[in-house]
Ligand binder design. Structure first.
Ligand SMILES: C[S@@+](CC[C@H](N)C(=O)[O-])C[C@H]1O[C@@H](n2cnc3c(N)ncnc32)[C@H](O)[C@@H]1O
Length: 249
């Protein structure tokens, strides 16, 4: 049966927030930040204000905050943001969070020098006009002399799958991820046990090929200036095939 594509909060993480940071704790957010800053520099942008759209638990926001940038994250999931706020309290890092939808970014025009949305968050938007709306908001919240960096879902996840590395075994924690393809819709099922308590959640993403994505960037008024492969700058195998799109507003 084809997955449902309706529901205004369809992409927001709920129960997965309980274990998200256990799954992603080894992810190289410092290198994600370096890549984005390098791309900004090549676009002649020296950012001070950085916005991470669909920030999750704010791992990237915290990386920028720790380097002294004015960093803001927003996400549609209050469960993910609760974790971000708890980490802010624990680390005393200075950053802002807001509840908000990619399709209606909750920030003022021109409030970012560098606006980001990484890790295929845009692909939870299942219709092209929703992605164009989200990209248009990223353009709107970016200053005229700023830059936008986004990472859509990579083709490898559709064509080769991504089971390697999707089975986590750690102290008191295990998680297994599986997925199904329905045309260009990818449905991921996550099942985990943490300290004996079981949880599960499913998500649906739509894959947009490069041609479609470039057309959506153009429709949002963004001018693509670079496509930046993450690998081999990030040597870990899961970085293969992942691509940052760098655009001017
Ligand atoms: C794979 S996580 C990425 C989180 C973060 N960017 C990172 O790299 O750790 C995807 C995030 O997108 C958020 N999300 C999905 N649909 C959204 C929407 N329409 N607006 C804002 N956030 C959304 C989810 O709640 C989740 O936190």
């Amino acid at each position: 049966m084809a997955p449902s594509t309706t529901g205004s909060r369809a992409g927001a993480y709920r129960r997965y927030a309980d274990v998200y940071d256990l799954v992603w704790r080894a992810a190289p957010y410092d290198q994600f930040a370096d890549l984005c800053l390098g791309a900004a520099s090549r676009a002649a942008v020296r950012p001070e204000r950085i916005v991470d759209a669909a920030c999750g638990t704010c791992n990237l926001v915290m990386e920028f905050a720790s380097r002294g940038y004015h960093a803001v994250g927003f996400d549609l999931s209050d469960s993910m943001l609760e974790r971000a706020v708890a980490k802010r309290r624990a680390t005393r890092l200075d950053f802002d969070v807001a509840l908000g939808d990619l399709r209606a970014a909750p920030l003022a025009d021109g409030s970012a020098d560098l606006a980001l949305s990484l890790n295929a968050s845009l692909n939870y938007l299942l219709e092209t006009d929703e992605v164009v709306a989200a990209l248009s908001h990223l353009r709107r919240i970016t200053a005229p002399d700023g830059v936008v960096v986004v990472e859509p879902l990579a083709a490898r996840f559709i064509h080769q799958g991504y089971d390697p590395g999707r089975h986590v075994r750690d102290d008191g924690f295990r998680m297994d991820a599986s997925h199904e393809l329905h045309g260009d819709l990818l449905v991921e099922r996550l099942e985990w046990t943490v300290e004996g308590v079981e949880g599960a959640e499913s998500y649906c993403q739509r894959y947009y090929d490069d041609e479609q994505f470039e057309a959506m960037m153009g429709a949002a008024g963004l001018v693509v200036v670079e496509r930046l492969p993450m690998y081999p700058f990030i040597e870990a195998e899961p970085a293969r095939g992942r691509m940052l799109w760098v655009a001017l507003p």
